[in-house]
Write a protein that binds this ligand. Sequence first.
Ligand SMILES: [Zn+2]
Length: 97
Amino acid sequence: MRGGSRTLIDLTGQTFGRLYVVDRYDTPEMKSRPLWRCFCDCGRVAIVEGQNLRAGMTRSCGCLRTDVLRENAKRRKEKNRERNNNLADDKRGPVLP
Ligand SMILES: [Zn+2]
């Protein structure tokens, strides 16, 4: 380890979810937390706070989140269709208050 911040943990070469840490990303002003440049499985580059990587909060450039949302939306749609089918079977016509 070189000099500098005592709290800096070298994450180079580690993988977090879909992210592979390439190197440290130096910001012009060093007031922010340590940032790391990562390659995502999808081919994009992501700049991520080391803290978020280690906490498991960031595991992709954003594509993983998109995938999860899409997956959830699909699942919800299927569930709704199931429920609608059940309603159609159980009751005839709209339910009045
Ligand atoms: Zn990605």
